[in-house]
Design a protein around this ligand. Structure first.
Ligand code: SF4
Ligand code: SF4
Length: 179
């Protein structure tokens, strides 16, 4: 992402930059409904395999940032894109906060606000071009056949149909206005 990630900044957050209504807006977004239930027990952080290898990603911290109204810091942050979607936190949370869904809701909001990481933009462009994240040419298919692996079939029209009908390509292309 070309924009600055303020989530790990040591700079104090200015009160006037906080959005007190963000938690209310967020709790109305699909996936964010239970966010206000969090009582900061930390079970999600302990359960999270990403936190174990990358301490800057702490799901409890992301939830706290949302509840405190740190809208820009959350939506610009690379943290919300680090969740692997493993659901370990969601299964163990004593308050049914549905953290995995919250991370997805945060990413959806971020894209709507124009914060699209370069990697995500690149992936969508690859899908649009090849129908896959990687090009599979005749060469690769010949190699697969030689190794007795099924050839991959053409998926480009179907994938482009999905990208168009879901509005994903448009959203990603229009995204980045805030970068
Ligand atoms: S496990 Fe649930 S209640 Fe505990 S900090 Fe995480 S989200 Fe909050
Ligand atoms: S779903 Fe995301 S936040 Fe939850 S444990 Fe897995 S990686 Fe961590």
């Amino acid at each position: 992402m070309s924009h600055e990630d303020a989530s790990n900044s040591e700079e104090p957050i200015q009160l006037e930059q906080m959005d007190a209504n963000f938690k209310n807006v967020f709790s109305k977004v699909h996936g964010g409904e239970n966010i206000k239930r969090c009582f900061t027990c930390g079970t999600c952080s302990v359960a999270c395999p990403v936190f174990e290898v990358e301490p800057s990603y702490d799901p409890r911290k992301v939830i706290r940032m949302i509840l405190l109204g740190m809208k820009d810091e959350v939506l610009k942050s690379k943290l919300i894109w680090m969740c692997s979607g493993c659901y370990s936190c969601q299964e163990l949370c004593p308050r049914d906060v549905k953290i995995t869904n919250i991370m997805a809701a945060a990413r959806n909001l971020a894209v709507k606000e124009g914060y699209v990481p370069d990697g995500i933009r690149g992936s969508v462009e690859q899908l649009e071009k090849y129908g896959r994240l990687l090009e599979v040419s005749e060469f690769e298919n010949n190699m697969r056949t030689k190794k007795d692996i099924l050839e991959l079939i053409e998926t480009l029209p179907e994938i482009n149909g999905i990208l168009k009908n879901t509005g994903l390509t448009k959203l990603i292309k229009e995204g980045g206005k805030n970068e």
